[in-house]
Write a protein that binds this ligand. Structure first.
Ligand code: BT5
Length: 240
């Protein structure tokens, strides 16, 4: 897949920009900026976006019939592979798409679509940030904080896209089943005892043990009342 990079000094949000222009931009257009003034997280949350981080949104136009429900998972996988390649750090994946180093978040993914055929995949990686606001309560980290080294954000971007392109093409043509083992090999739930709590907006939280990922990218949770298939939600980790 060919990527065309559109680079800005400052934007409110690369996702917001890419979603608003998705119709006229070709597949593979990448919107990137040095900092965001209104970086978005999921469910209306904020993404802290000071200078020195990677903020990019990729415009995707998947072929009709492609099952891309696992897109956030493969974007997380690409980011995890890239973090390891550039820094040697093993960033583990917390379903569906957070990247953690230890218990701290180093990257996040936000997929948004305006129309069913235009999907924007936003990737934020904390690269050279030296600190975060107190609101994050010490729960965020960066490549710099973890290694004491500064990195070229452009390199981190290029390496991330280098992993993302083939994974996305694979997902479109063959689905998530063949990628799943790669995801699981970096999945924190497999290695941490597997006890998790899932909240989903106003709905009652579910608790249970991680029991796998489906071929579509949903999480299987083993609860006292059987195995539940979780399609979306926020996962908190709790060691068993
Ligand atoms: C995410 O949301 O993790 C999705 C983040 C996506 C950011 C990218 S940057 C490029 C593109 N353009 C955008 O506007 N967004 C995307 P969520 O799972 O809802 O996590 C948000 C939560 O993470 C916040 O409520 C904070 O607790 C925490 N947080 C905020 N900024 C952070 C940061 N820089 N590093 C680590 N944690 C952060």
């Amino acid at each position: 897949m060919d990527f065309t990079i559109h680079c800005f000094d400052k934007l409110p949000s690369t996702n917001e920009y890419a979603v608003s222009k998705a119709e006229s931009l070709p597949e593979g257009a990448v919107i990137t900026t040095l900092c965001q003034t209104n970086g978005r997280g999921r469910l209306g949350r904020k993404w802290e976006s000071g200078c020195g981080g990677l903020y990019m949104s990729v415009v995707l136009k998947p072929p009709a019939g492609a099952d891309i429900r696992a897109l956030p998972l493969i974007a997380g996988l690409a980011a995890s592979c890239a973090v390891e390649k550039v820094s040697g750090l093993k960033a583990m994946l917390k379903w569906p798409n957070d990247l953690l180093v230890g218990s701290k978040k180093i990257a996040g993914i936000l997929t948004e679509s305006k129309l069913p055929i235009h999907i924007v995949c936003g990737i934020g990686i904390n690269v050279n940030g030296e600190g975060f606001s107190p609101e994050l309560g010490g729960k965020a980290t960066s490549l710099f904080i973890e290694t004491g080294r500064k990195f070229s954000v452009a390199d981190v971007q290029g390496v991330t896209l280098g992993f993302f392109g083939p994974l996305y093409e694979n997902l479109c043509s063959r689905g998530f089943a063949g990628i799943k083992n790669g995801y699981l090999s970096r999945c924190v739930h497999v290695s941490d005892g597997g006890f998790i709590k899932i909240s989903n907006g106003g709905e009652r939280a579910e608790e249970g043990y991680f029991s796998g990922i489906t071929d579509e990218g949903a999480l299987l949770l083993s609860t006292g009342r059987g195995i539940k298939t979780i399609l979306a939600g926020d996962v908190s980790l709790r060691m068993a």
